[in-house]
Design a protein around this ligand. Structure first.
Ligand code: TRP
Length: 449
């Protein structure tokens, strides 16, 4: 089975070395493995929670998109998109909001930290706190659950959010699944060695501490930042302790085991901090100068970036659109045109509650599914140019009569007036296929009272 990996990056700043080592690089490495199916996106709706500066939002989306591509993301292998290009995400957010316990969200770290700060400052606990901040984990749950991600690479500060996604997804499954698990339970994935890089001052590298090392800005800016890394006051010639030095931690995150061992032993033998900083710069520059060139090239062609991201959104929506349709159906947001078969008159178990669900594809064509009472898909129609044609076919099916079903290996098709109108799912074997045909016949047989 392929493992689906998904992660988002909030578009409020310019990516720094910490984002690169902690999220971007491991994500790109994972995306190259053949048994992984990766979804990476710009969390630009999340950005609006933290930032009300439109120019900064726009700039950051561009920079982050260019960063991922320059760092080696292959958009043919992965699905790369902007959250805000997927209207199914806010829609799912609402479905999830309606099952998310308020008490769960009360416990979210980011929200609690803001409340604590207000209380400390003698303010109203909710001063300046938006519903966006409060509901942040629900939006994130929608990001993850929309695509049924198995693994979510994140920093430690986000583990709680992934756990909340599980909680909320589980609750939805329980309430509406009827035994079916709509949502896969996601796991947070932490790259142990480099999960959080220290910044210049030793605290977590973060824009909010203003202690970052830039990633793709000019080499001299990177050099400048490195020169500001805080060290102890030991002079050249004095032994340094690598284990308490965040300069060493940074070096370790980018070096081979061999380079790292050498650096360690040199520090123990009295390597001066100035020289140590030069070595860190040389190490980073060797790895980043080529992607830096690529990055600058991309930033100059925003229209190309736009095309790449829109193509990514289309790819993502091929998953999101039909899945959301299923979820809307599950909660009761169903077309009035849909005939709910004999919920109370049917005697045969298989037919009870079987129903047609119509939906539209991205290309504007009309289709329908026939679902059994338990939500299992019995048939998926072919595409029809207009809703009427789809309606005629589903109506004919409901009128009963002999069905023209044609079996082929692990599937079967349904024919009407000489045209194939619908396909079955793919079955494990012929016996399962045949029993599905029986279920289908029962579901479509004329009702008796
Ligand atoms: N909240 C994440 C962060 O700040 C970004 C994010 C948004 C995300 N949606 C996500 C990460 C879904 C993983 C999965 O880092």
């Amino acid at each position: 089975m392929t493992t689906r990996i998904l992660t988002g990056i909030t578009t409020t700043g310019t990516p720094h070395l910490g984002n690169y080592a902690g999220a971007i690089r491991p994500a790109i490495v994972a995306s190259r493995q053949s048994d992984f199916d990766s979804f990476y996106f710009l969390a630009d709706y999340h950005a609006l929670i933290k930032c009300d500066d439109p120019l900064r939002i726009q700039r950051s989306r561009l920079e982050i998109a260019a960063t991922w591509l320059a760092a080696g993301l292959d958009v043919d292998r992965v699905t790369f998109y902007r959250q805000s290009d997927i209207p199914e995400i806010p829609e799912l957010t609402w479905l999830l909001t309606c099952v998310a316990a308020k008490g769960l969200l009360n416990r979210a770290h980011a929200y609690k930290a803001s409340v604590d700060k207000n209380v400390e400052g003698g303010e109203d606990p909710d001063a300046g706190i938006t519903m966006g901040l409060y509901s942040y984990p629900v939006l994130m749950a929608a990001d993850i659950l929309m695509f049924n991600a198995h693994q979510v690479p994140v920093g430690r500060d986000q583990i709680q959010h992934v756990e909340m996604a599980r909680d909320i997804g589980q609750r939805f499954n329980h309430l509406f699944g009827n035994g079916k698990e709509f949502f896969v339970m996601p796991e947070a994935l932490i790259e142990e060695s480099v999960a959080t890089l220290p910044g210049l001052d030793g605290r977590k590298m973060s824009k909010s501490y203003d202690n970052t090392i830039p990633l793709f800005s000019a080499a001299k800016d990177m050099k400048g930042a490195i020169s500001r890394i805080v060290t102890d006051s030991r002079a050249p010639g004095e032994a340094k302790d690598p284990d308490t030095s965040h300069l060493f931690t940074l070096y370790q995150a980018f070096s081979t085991a061999e380079q790292c061992a050498e650096f360690r032993s040199d520090l123990l033998q009295g390597l001066g901090w100035g020289e140590a900083k030069n070595r860190l710069f040389t190490l980073l520059d060797a790895q980043l100068s080529e992607p830096r060139e690529k990055y600058l090239g991309l930033i100059e062609r925003p229209a190309d970036l736009e095309d790449i991201l829109l193509a990514g959104a289309q790819k993502a929506r091929r998953v999101a659109t039909p899945f959301l349709e299923e979820l809307r159906e599950a909660v009761g947001l169903r077309s009035f045109r849909t005939v709910v078969q004999n919920a109370d008159t049917g005697k045969k178990k298989a037919t009870k509650g079987a129903r047609f669900v119509s939906f539209r594809e991205d290309d504007g064509s009309f289709r329908f599914r026939l679902l059994a009472a338990d939500g299992e898909q019995l048939l998926l129609s072919r595409n029809f140019a207009d809703g009427k044609a789809a309606g005629v076919v589903s109506k004919q099916l409901q009128q009963g009569g002999e069905l023209d079903l044609r079996s082929e290996d692990d599937r079967f098709t349904l024919w009407l007036n000489g045209a194939c109108v619908a396909d079955s799912p793919v079955f494990a074997d012929a016996a399962t296929r045949d029993s599905a045909i029986e279920t289908l016949k029962l579901a479509l047989a004329p009702q008796q009272d």
